[in-house]
Design a protein around this ligand. Structure first.
Ligand code: ACM
Ligand code: ZN
Length: 708
């Protein structure tokens, strides 16, 4: 009976997992060392040639395996350590792992010892590894604790080998020793306090990325300029050295604390390691962003799920500090207008990278305008066929109608490209809120479908080619025109998973409605005083339509005149009065008055090559920094202020370089308004920090304007 159970469990242990036989000491009896030895013997017998020491020791119920003898790795054998800690029993010196029993004669073929990259996977004891008389070895991804000199010894008779991604947790003189007789030994990405790495003899091979953290206090790295400034920052002494950005996440211990404010985090950087305690997933992202800023390098984002141009192989040094941080507002946004000028996917990704780096979390993507329709939809191909191309555009800064004679477009996004952008943003903690404008600012759509305008098919089939406000709007007296918008929403809504959907609602002249028999009849039928009241009715209708699709509507402050449900959010752009009123009525509000948040306006710097039309409308760095999104709002309504956003209306923004120039450094000022507590904000301190930080931004490929 007993044998039968053993056989059954052996069969389970040897069963194919991912096409590979897995042997584990959890299926054997005896002391930890005995169980490991039995599992290896079984692995060799059945030609599995690989044993995993799992994180859980089922006898102990923890991830510790106590060793009273060396784990002998046979020839051609792999040992995988999954977050397990192999700990020397009292009185046992080690080595914990070795192939040294393979004696004389021909050397062993190859051996591998692979940790799975977690800091919790460790070899704990005076001597960790001894390799001897072997053709080749790979030892990588583990931590060595409580070690003494020669903790890792590559002895004579080793032909080739690679030792990489190893971290010593305590100062160890000559932690790695390589014998003179070795050949072709690669040692890289090692973190070792003090002079932990003994020189690899020149004859033995080569070493790269050897990295030594200096013991506490020996090197005191300054804290670089952080943007936005964290709420609480305490500088420590020394620094943490990560062997490479590639394994950054492996060297960090993560946990959650629900008592922290939303998106909050605590980040502790000490010579011995980095810990992140976060309120939620976004808090974790913000902690990683702060870590990237502290590292002062182009460090890949977060856990290397994606690559953003950082240098993975390079070691990092992070100055020691303790940070506690959380945002002041939950809406930290930017509006990018791609209707007037189209920037394209790569520029949008560049903007998203920079937004995430400064803890912005909402991209308000303005995709439909009088001058351009940028979303390709299945049901209405003429939206982009006619709406995404202008025969010409105004000359720069011209609002009077002089044209440049150049065709512009077709420029638009496919649904797949939109999904790609939405996913790219989400991976960076950014929600994309689309704006599909109606009943005004819809002229480009009417270029494809003029039958839905008040004047019908005689409407010229081109988008608006000048800037300014357009008289031709949606014919809201026409049921088919309303159905047209609903069917557009049917296709656009599923592309954007966020809570809000922006319907515009600003600047809708009523001139055409007052002349249109259908619109006049509609107003009469509804008992309205005149067609000018139709915007309220149609906005309510589409708000309800979107609510049925699970969306909360957002609109410009004109929609307040429409008696819309309080679940709808209001963006206050004509000053802050609309936002103040909306908050009193119970609406959530995004405060983006043009006076402080329209970054298309000039910034008032000397010799500005990318200036704006109206010289009296200056949004300076200082003005942005001093913006208070809740000014004028009684305390009891302040919770309705979600936050703010920088708006980039693109009549006079042509490309990425202009966009960057208008965005930075002002977006750093707004990032701080939206993140840091008001009592911590000091413009003089910010400006000095910004001056240093500007160099970092330029180094990251951002066309940042000067401060003055
Ligand atoms: C706007 O600037 N018309 C919202
Ligand atoms: Zn009409």
């Amino acid at each position: 009976m007993k044998n039968k159970i053993l056989l059954l469990s052996l069969a389970a242990a040897l069963s194919a997992v991912g096409g590979e036989k897995v042997i584990t000491p959890n299926d054997f009896t005896g002391s930890d060392s005995e169980r490991i030895a039995k599992a290896i013997a079984e692995g060799v017998r059945t030609k599995a040639f690989r044993m995993t020491i799992p994180a859980e020791n089922r006898v102990r119920g923890e991830n510790v395996w106590i060793l009273d003898r060396t784990i002998e790795i046979p020839s051609d054998f792999s040992l995988l350590i999954k977050e397990a800690r192999l700990v020397a029993a009292p009185g046992f010196e080690g080595p914990l792992v070795s192939n040294a029993s393979a004696k004389g004669g021909k050397p062993d073929k190859n051996i591998e010892l692979l940790g799975l990259g977690s800091r919790k996977g460790a070899l704990v004891g005076a001597k960790a590894i001894l390799a001897k008389n072997v053709n080749g070895f790979i030892f990588s991804n583990f931590e060595v604790c409580d070690a003494k000199a020669g903790a890792i010894e590559i002895a004579d008779g080793v032909l080739t080998g690679r030792l990489s991604n190893v971290r010593f947790t305590t100062p160890v003189p000559k932690g790695i020793v390589v014998a003179d007789g070795c050949r072709q030994i690669e040692v890289h990405e090692i973190v070792a306090p003090c002079d932990g790495v003994a020189a690899v003899p020149a004859a033995a091979g080569w070493a790269s990325n050897l990295w030594a953290t200096v013991s506490d206090g020996a090197a005191d790295l300054p804290i670089p300029a952080l943007m936005p400034a964290p709420r609480k920052l305490k500088k420590g002494r020394g620094y943490f050295g990560a062997p490479s950005a590639y394994v950054t996440r492996d060297w960090i211990s993560f946990s959650r604390d629900a008592k922290l404010p939303a998106e909050g985090y605590r980040l502790s950087v000490r010579p011995t390691g980095v810990t992140v305690v976060a309120a939620d997933a976004n808090g974790e992202l913000h902690a990683m962003t702060t870590l990237r800023q502290l590292a002062g390098e182009k460090m890949p984002y977060c856990n290397c799920d994606f690559y953003d141009g950082g240098d993975w192989g390079r070691p990092l040094r992070v100055p020691c500090c303790e940070i506690e941080d959380w945002p002041a507002y939950r809406w930290r946004g930017m509006l990018i207008d791609e209707g007037r000028h189209f920037f394209g996917k790569e520029t949008v990704k560049h903007v998203l990278d920079q937004m995430a780096y400064h803890k912005y979390n909402v991209l308000h993507w303005h995709l439909t305008e009088d001058q351009g329709w940028r979303i390709a939809l299945d049901r209405f191909p003429k939206l982009v066929e006619y709406g995404s191309v202008r025969p010409h555009s105004p000359v720069h800064f011209d609002y009077a109608g002089e044209n440049n004679g150049e065709k512009y477009g077709p420029f638009y996004y496919t649904k797949d490209e939109i999904r790609e952008i939405v996913a790219y943003a989400a991976a960076r903690g950014i929600t994309v809120v689309p704006e599909v404008e109606f009943p005004g600012h819809i002229r480009a759509a009417l270029a494809g479908y003029p039958e839905y305008s008040c004047v019908g098919p005689t409407l010229p089939r081109v988008p608006r080619t000048t800037w300014g406000i357009e008289d031709d709007v949606l014919c809201v007296g026409n049921d088919e025109a309303l159905r047209f918008v609903e069917q557009i929403l049917d296709e656009v809504v599923p592309l954007f998973p966020g809570e809000f959907f922006h319907i515009g609602g600003d600047e809708c002249p009523t001139k055409r409605w007052k002349e249109c028999p259908k619109c006049i009849a509609r107003a009469k039928e509804l008992g309205l005083v005149g067609p000018e009241k139709l915007q309220g009715w149609v906005t309510k209708r589409f708000t309800e339509y979107l609510a049925k699709k699970g969306k909360r509507v957002l609109g410009w402050d004109e929609i307040l005149e429409c008696d819309i449900p309080t679940a709808s959010g209001v963006m206050s752009w004509r000053g802050t009065a609309g936002g103040i009123k909306a908050s009193r009525l119970g609406h959530d509000v995004v405060m983006c008055p043009q006076s402080h948040c329209y970054f298309n306006r000039m910034q008032g710097i000397a010799d500005d090559p990318f200036t704006a039309r109206n010289k009296s409308q200056c949004v300076s760095l200082e003005k942005v920094y001093r913006f208070d999104p809740v000014a004028g709002i009684p305390a009891e309504y302040r919770a309705h202020v979600l936050g703010s956003q920088a708006c980039f209306w693109s009549e006079v923004i042509w490309n990425r370089y202009d966009l960057d120039w208008k965005m930075w450094p002002r977006a750093c000022a707004l990032a701080e308004v939206l993140w840091t507590s008001p009592e911590k904000r000091d413009f003089a301190e910010f400006k000095a920090r910004m001056a240093a930080y500007r160099k970092t931004l330029i180094g990251r490929g951002v066309n940042c304007a000067p401060l003055d």
